[in-house]
Design a protein around this ligand. Structure first.
Ligand SMILES: O=C(O)C1=C[C@@H](OP(=O)(O)O)[C@@H](O)[C@H](O)C1
Ligand SMILES: C=C(OP(=O)(O)O)C(=O)O
Length: 434
């Protein structure tokens, strides 16, 4: 599906979808346990991949008859079965990493694969860690990418692993380590990127009654633990990465005297709540009522800023789009790890914003958007089969002169299936077509 988004003004109230990161972890944590309800989950292409994996390991995931508001999960109670078939992780890096470590607990071999994008993402450090723990872990093509073959019942132990490729390896080892005999000590060989995502993991583990801690050189989780949320139920908070597009839409295109108000914005461990400070640093008057969980953003004359995205890789496409609308340079630093996502998002944003007339300088670890050099103009752009590229280009399209056609817009299904409905409800001119 392609979407044409035309220059428009937006205003009104909209609810952010539930957090993808928390939902993945809650579904798998429930899978590691005996029985749990996950309330307010994100039901999207990526989280469905984690549900499928829990079922493949012998659990079951039942959705409310009347919608997506609750998942009743029967887990595999710390002992994943060997799946009957290959497990398809689709487009989801989180699913792949988290279930790969789980598969290493199985008494047999598990095979994990996914779509073209997923099969090009790095898994080598996680496979190496599983081998350090005595498990079997191979890439079928011997290139450190899926398809992966994993298994042979690891018991835990000590591993050392780089921290600058993906924090999801650490999350995966901590979640699996809790149900091993010995537990897992993770020593980081390099500085941890995307660190707030491990904080999210520690928060979810704690909510499921599982102990895990930061250590001087990494993380540690004792073995022999059981997963059970307090009161049998876990509620997922709203997603700040998804909110970044809605808030940015307000900053670049809110109607005169009006604002975009986003609900579901209660504070949590999500690093991407930094979008609030980033918008403020660019000149937007953002109002965040933390108790009510509401953020309001009126239109602003944005000016360039400098942002280190070491902790917040998923905000890079949003910040790049904001930079293209702002005056002056927006410098996005510490972004090499953003090249290992669904697509290389650093070059994708440089090239696609370039098609809209933006002037952008791309370096390996830095992206500079020279805002104000030229006016943004509507153009035909490629969403790169990547939900975040699609949604960021839609934000740029709101402010660009004329019509922007975004190819492959259906990929929003990965994290924010109702994204274009939400934009339309705010008044954006959106036309879906083949
Ligand atoms: O653990 C998670 O939920 C995520 C971690 C981050 O990945 P990396 O740790 O690979 O940077 C982030 O980009 C991804 O969208 C979600
Ligand atoms: C990179 C992302 O997710 P994942 O790693 O789970 O594919 C994302 O949602 O931007």
């Amino acid at each position: 599906m392609d979407v044409t988004i035309s220059q428009s003004r937006v205003a009104g109230r909209v609810r952010a979808p539930p957090s993808k990161s928390y939902t993945h972890r809650a579904i798998l944590a429930a899978g590691y346990g005996a029985e749990a309800v996950v309330a307010d989950p994100l039901v999207s292409a990526d989280t469905r991949a984690t549900m499928r994996a829990v079922e493949a390991f012998g659990g079951s995931v039942d959705r409310d008859a009347d919608g997506d508001a609750r998942l009743s999960i029967s887990g595999f109670d710390g002992r994943p079965e060997v799946p009957d078939d290959v497990v398809d992780c689709a487009n989801s890096g989180t699913t792949t990493r988290l279930v790969t470590a789980c598969g290493a607990l199985a008494d047999g071999l598990c095979v994990f694969t996914g779509d073209d994008s997923l099969r090009s993402r790095p898994q080598g450090p996680l496979l190496d860690a599983i081998r350090q723990l005595g498990g079997r872990a191979e890439s079928t093509r011997r290139n450190g990418q899926a398809p992966l073959v994993v298994g042979e019942s690891i018991d835990g132990g000590a591993v050392s692993i780089p921290g600058d490729v993906s924090s999801q390896y650490i999350t995966a080892l901590l979640m699996a380590g809790a149900v091993t005999d010995e537990g897992i000590d993770v020593e980081l060989e390099t500085e941890l990127k995307s660190a707030p995502y491990v904080d999210i993991t520690l928060e979810v583990l704690d909510d499921f009654g599982v102990d895990a801690t930061k250590t001087d050189d990494g993380f540690s989780v004792p073995g022999g633990q059981s997963y059970a949320p307090k009161g049998g139920e876990y509620a997922v908070p709203g997603d700040f990465s998804s909110m970044s597009y809605l808030l940015s839409a307000g900053a670049v295109a809110a109607a005169e005297g009006d604002r975009v108000l986003v609900e579901g914005a209660r504070p949590s461990a999500q690093g991407d709540s930094a979008i609030v400070e980033i918008l403020e640093s660019m000149g937007a008057a953002v109002g965040w009522d933390r108790d009510a969980g509401e953020i309001a953003v009126p239109r602003a004359s944005l000016s360039g800023t400098t942002v280190d995205v070491g902790d917040t890789p998923d905000l890079l496409p949003t910040i790049a789009a904001l930079g293209a609308v702002a005056d002056g340079d927006t410098v996005i630093e510490n972004c090499e790890h953003v090249r290992y996502k669904e697509t290389d998002r650093v070059s994708a944003m440089a090239e696609e914003l370039g098609k809209m007339g933006a002037s952008v300088t791309e370096e390996r670890d830095r992206l500079t958007v020279h805002g104000g050099d030229t006016d943004l103009v509507g153009a035909r752009v490629d969403g790169r089969a990547d939900h975040r590229i699609v949604m960021s280009l839609a934000v740029a399209g709101l402010a660009a002169d004329g019509d922007t056609v975004i190819e492959g817009a259906e990929h929003v299904d990965v994290s924010f299936p109702d994204f274009f409905d939400a934009m339309e409800s705010l008044g954006a001119a959106v036309d879906r077509h083949e």
